[in-house]
Design a protein around this ligand. Sequence first.
Ligand SMILES: Cc1cc2nc3c(=O)[nH]c(=O)nc-3n(C[C@H](O)[C@H](O)[C@H](O)COP(=O)(O)OP(=O)(O)OC[C@H]3O[C@@H](n4cnc5c(N)ncnc54)[C@H](O)[C@@H]3O)c2cc1C
Length: 419
Amino acid sequence: MYNTIVVGGGVSGLMAAFAASQNNRKVLLIEKNKRLGRKLLISGGGRCNVTNRLPYEEIITHIPGNGKFLYGPFNTFDNESIIRFVQNRGVSLKEEDHGRMFPFSDKAGDVLEVFLNALDDNNVEIRFRTEVAEILSSDNSTAGVKLTDDNVIHSENVIITTGGRSVPNTGSTGDGHRFAQAFGHTITDLFPTEVPITSSEPFIKSGDLKGLSLENVALSVLKKNGKASITHQMDMLITHFGISGPAALRCSQFIYKEQKRQKTKEIEMSIDFFPETSPGKLKHHLENEISVNKSRAIKNILKSIVQERLAIFMLNHLEIDGTVNGHHLRSEDLEAILDFLKRFTFKADGTQSIEKAFVTGGGVNLKEITPQTMESRRVKGLYFAGEVLDIHGYTGGYNITSALVTGYVAGNDANQKMP
Ligand SMILES: Cc1cc2nc3c(=O)[nH]c(=O)nc-3n(C[C@H](O)[C@H](O)[C@H](O)COP(=O)(O)OP(=O)(O)OC[C@H]3O[C@@H](n4cnc5c(N)ncnc54)[C@H](O)[C@@H]3O)c2cc1C
């Protein structure tokens, strides 16, 4: 009989197993892969963006999927606790842009090693290549787990850290949602987040701009009334199926949300190619370029302002003859060019699949979980932590922070509840 069984040896399960095994508690960690932490190893481009050092408010803002829920767990364990946990165990961390924390070595394996050693120190038993099929209960309390080979293992507490449904070859195939539903928990709509956006616009289909990389643009998802539902000012990339890169990934969940709100597949987006220049200043700049290059073709003048491929595309799109020289450019064409540069609109028709997404949106309904303990409000001794929950953040260490914090709180509560 174990005090606690942790189902799923990913980011959250590793921390939950550590916290649950303090004070010599008997803990079993069950993982269906032959190794632990497969997703941790590929996170942050293989460098593991282990947490983020921004203040709480900023962290919450970067977790648009129910970030506020984390205020409760943060009372017990927060981003600074994660930093101490890793550094006190011999792996130095460094801070990069926007508060992102990485191991000094840039090796995710070093972070995983911290957890493996911590579990070893606490004598956590680990079963690899073992898949949980069902969570058992009696008298509205957890009783243990049943494996896919029909073996039963008993425990007082069960912590479910099976992740979401993204990148299923790492092991996260949504099993925890099924386990939760079996106890009457609700699963909110599941959708892909932090994923490239698709579009069937002719300029995408033709591949005219394929591979075009745009630096520091403002990408917006538009509401029905044309106002921005969200804007992200970052880099982006035009691909053969739509758009990708940091700005597109961050906007992706809002495509799903607007599709639901507007009850339509196609959602308008816009790009401001010069987000830091007001329309007036941009006009002044363009007029100046034209006046000093009067005799040059407008397509050549524009090349000094935007990339050549974009300049040619813009002129074709606006049906402006690129060979017209600056002197003869009509004022309405100048206005059209300025409009394009400040607000080029196009339609997205969705995103790539949840399996291709970095993060799963939706999950176990948070109304049914106590934030101070991560225990189910329905079944005693049943806990949920990590991406299985309806919490999703932008990439930047926010999801891993959520997984580690909720994992710790769940494990710690299971640990302290025992006689
Ligand atoms: C490529 C990539 C890059 C990312 N980069 C970042 C980043 O930079 N910053 C950030 O914040 N987030 C990032 N993320 C997201 C982050 O990695 C996840 O949110 C986090 O790993 C979730 O942790 P978890 O423990 O909840 O789930 P997971 O890490 O998915 O772990 C779940 C574990 O449960 C096991 N399991 C599932 N079902 C069963 C079962 N029935 N029986 C036994 N075991 C089971 C799985 O095999 C798996 O090991 C990235 C994700 C990807 C895919």
